[in-house]
Design a protein around this ligand. Structure first.
Ligand code: ADP
Length: 151
């Protein structure tokens, strides 16, 4: 018996969870993608956040559901407007890396009041998007806590 309280054991487990164990596949669109096609992609891929990359595949922006709703209001032709006009752009994008603690990402989601963020890989020329962490990812990790057997 370790003498640890249940609280300490759970805290220990949570602090072991890394981004790469839970990250999901990122859904990516190009800057030239129309608002119409971005909305279609969101439905087809069943995600709430899209990442936008430039022609060299580096991260340049992020699109939420409300970004696309806002752009759609009073807009006649959603094919005529490209997502790079309406996206939230670099450097104002909150990112994480595969070795980050999932708990630190959860704190970012709360503090920045966002639904998700990209997992990125740093390169000399920019950030490559390799994954996605969302509120759902955090919920899955929460459920996982109860699946693990006590030692
Ligand atoms: P919604 O806008 O649908 O409620 P979010 O809360 O995720 O979804 O997004 C709120 C705003 O923050 C949007 O304008 C979106 O572009 C922006 N945003 C979303 N994720 C990030 C992020 N990781 N970094 C910076 N801005 C973000």
């Amino acid at each position: 018996y370790t003498g640890k309280t249940g609280f300490e054991l759970i805290t220990e487990k949570i602090k072991k969870y890394k981004v790469h164990e839970f990250q999901q596949i990122p859904i990516i669109v190009k800057e030239s993608t129309s608002v119409y096609d971005a909305i279609s992609t969101m439905f087809l891929e069943d995600v709430g956040t899209l990442f936008v990359v430039n022609e060299n595949t580096y991260l340049t922006g992020i699109l939420s559901r409300k970004d696309l709703l806002r752009a759609s209001i009073g807009q006649k032709d959603l094919n005529a407007i490209a997502v790079h006009i309406i996206m939230t752009r670099m450097p104002n994008i909150t990112v994480c890396r595969k070795d980050d603690l999932l708990l630190d990402v959860a704190n970012k989601l709360i503090n920045k009041q966002i639904d998700g963020l990209p997992v990125v890989k740093d390169t000399e020329n920019g950030l490559l998007v390799i994954g996605r962490v969302t509120k759902t990812t955090i919920t899955r990790a929460f459920v996982e806590l109860t699946n693990e057997k006590a030692i």
